[in-house]
Design a protein around this ligand. Sequence first.
Ligand SMILES: Nc1ncnc2c1ncn2[C@@H]1O[C@H](COP(=O)(O)OP(=O)(O)OP(=O)(O)O)[C@@H](O)[C@H]1O
Length: 332
Amino acid sequence: MDTLTLNAVTKSFGSTDVIKGVDLTVKDGEFCVFVGPSGCGKSTLLRMIAGLEDVSSGDVTIAGKRVNDLAPAKREIAMVFQSYALYPHLTVRDNMGLALKQAGVAKPEVDAAIAKAAGMLSLEALLGRRPAELSGGQRQRVAIGRAIVRRPKLFLFDEPLSNLDAALRVATRIEIARLHRELGATMIYVTHDQVEAMTLADRIVVLRAGKVEQVGAPMELYNNPANTFVAGFIGSPQMNLLDAAALGLTSQTLGIRPEHLALSRSAGRLPGRVSHVEKLGGETLVYVVTETQGLLTVRLFGEHDYRVDEAVFLTPEESRAFHFGADGKRLY
Ligand SMILES: Nc1ncnc2c1ncn2[C@@H]1O[C@H](COP(=O)(O)OP(=O)(O)OP(=O)(O)O)[C@@H](O)[C@H]1O
């Protein structure tokens, strides 16, 4: 059974076309992540699924029902935003229970739902507090708890971790992954962070300028990018994209990941100079300005002592290279 279907969905604001025909099916229980650069239309697409924006053309179907003209409250979805949007004068308990209470659910049932969600999110000790008495991470957990309590058909997350610090982002990311497993719920998650996309998704939808560039499992996109855009977007640090003609090849662009560029002080295919070195502990990133290909990134395992301005040589591992044509599409 499919939880969500988008059929030729478009959105225009005045004369600006923001979503230019998106087809997508999200299956029951799937964790689907929308990624893409700023302004590509991720939030707009999510807001159309939620019913917060009208669809200009096409159809949105949730659990087999066309919902184009259905109000957000009737769509059986729950949305978690980047800003927590909690009611400041209500306690954590009341924030979490409000939607059920308003829907006329009996108090014992509301209490049980709150207790269950609070248990899943370790919020039991905070139920009597107001939002102002919580940290950012705790507020975001309450916002997620409020969504869980409603038992929606579909969870929608819009960059829910972007206001948290680095450590809390990782912890909350793991928590969301665990919740997804435990609830078996269908989730759609918007982010511009490709690490979040890679680690959370069953399937990633890569968007650019209102169009879907590629849909696939994280490692499918990583190992088999359909074009230079997806190749450059998935993977961190970014894949190096080289001018293939300058290398004597017939393709237009050669893609090589930073871990597949060999670095040497004595000999190699591409001469250059070290422009910057980043030691990250477990790995070292060496940025090299080459004579023919501009700036390229090399990733080395462990610690290495390359100095800025040092002369070096790079050699792409041929068997690991991706080849793209003039239109950016993958050749082989
Ligand atoms: N109400 C609106 N009126 C006019 N243009 C809008 C409106 N809302 C969004 N846009 C435009 O639509 C495009 C897509 O915006 P959207 O917020 O969906 O992008 P996004 O991919 O979520 O970006 P980000 O990662 O920066 O949040 C942008 O160019 C934006 O300026």
